[in-house]
Design a protein around this ligand. Structure first.
Ligand SMILES: [Zn+2]
Length: 166
């Protein structure tokens, strides 16, 4: 876990590898020579003088430790948050969404009645199959009113609104 601290000179938030505790570095913002504290996650009152344990200082002064020492300025403001960049989405996902528009298809139940047979499920399933699971963004149930010619009255019916990439 990185040591997060503030530059005692310019208050720039900094993060260092734990191996860097006790060693003196140049602040990347104000170029003041500062000492990396050994206490983790503390911000504010950091002793500017190298009053760190002997072991930590000894390790830090060795050539190997200095090579491993990476000083970085966190991009984000919250110290508790991970300073490691979040992994990018897999290339596969990017490719699937790339170059495709968001489209909407509304399938009304009433329009799926053929010769008295309810073909709604069949038609909805066929369309979803055509779109493919990877291009499917969302589905919504809709309710609507329509005038039924046969029954001569206004009926409430349902349908499916499909949002997909294509
Ligand atoms: Zn500084």
């Amino acid at each position: 876990m990185d040591i997060v601290f503030n530059c005692p000179n310019c208050d720039q938030e900094l993060a260092s590898d734990p191996a860097g505790a006790g060693s003196q570095i140049e602040c990347p913002t104000c170029h003041e020579t500062i000492t990396i504290p050994s206490n983790k996650g503390t911000t504010g009152s950091i002793p500017a003088t190298p009053g760190t344990p002997v072991t930590a200082a000894a390790i830090a002064t060795s050539a190997a430790a200095k090579q491993e020492l990476h000083l970085k300025v966190p991009v984000r403001t919250t110290p508790s948050e991970s300073l490691i960049a979040k992994p990018k989405p897999p290339l596969e996902v990017v490719q699937k969404g790339a170059g495709k528009r968001l489209l909407i298809r509304t399938i009304r139940h009433a329009s799926c009645i053929e010769s008295g047979h309810d073909k709604f499920d069949e038609k909805a399933a066929a369309f979803l199959q055509e779109v493919g699971e990877s291009n499917l963004v969302a589905t919504h149930i809709i309710n609507y009113e329509h005038f039924d010619v046969g029954l001569q009255k206004i009926m409430t019916d349902y349908g499916l609104l499909i949002i997909y990439r294509g």
